[in-house]
Design a protein around this ligand. Structure first.
Ligand code: SF4
Length: 88
């Protein structure tokens, strides 16, 4: 199964929460900081930058959250090509 990486620039997140509204199994809301965190197992990173590897079963939701983010701080990378994947 193909694998992808979600790369999240948490520092630039403005807490609009749209990502979690479309993919609540990927994002957790942090009330204290008014930002989200990746909540999937295997998440790497810290408060500034977070990453996690996903497979095709999560791809659509990940792409949806990237698409609705008003500040475009969520990127989905195809691990095979290294290219960014956009919702078609
Ligand atoms: S949609 Fe973007 S800005 Fe809003 S909470 Fe999600 S990552 Fe942050």
């Amino acid at each position: 199964m193909k694998q992808y990486k979600i790369v999240f620039d948490r520092k630039a997140c403005i807490g609009a929460y749209s990502c979690a509204a479309v993919a609540e199994d990927i994002w957790n809301f942090d009330n204290k900081e008014n930002k989200v965190d990746i909540k999937l197992a295997g998440m790497k990173g810290d408060k500034e930058k977070q990453e996690v590897i996903i497979d095709e079963s999560m791809l659509q939701k990940a792409l949806d959250s990237a698409e609705v983010c008003p500040v475009q701080v969520i990127k989905i990378i195809d691990l095979e090509t290294g290219e960014e994947v956009k919702r078609s």
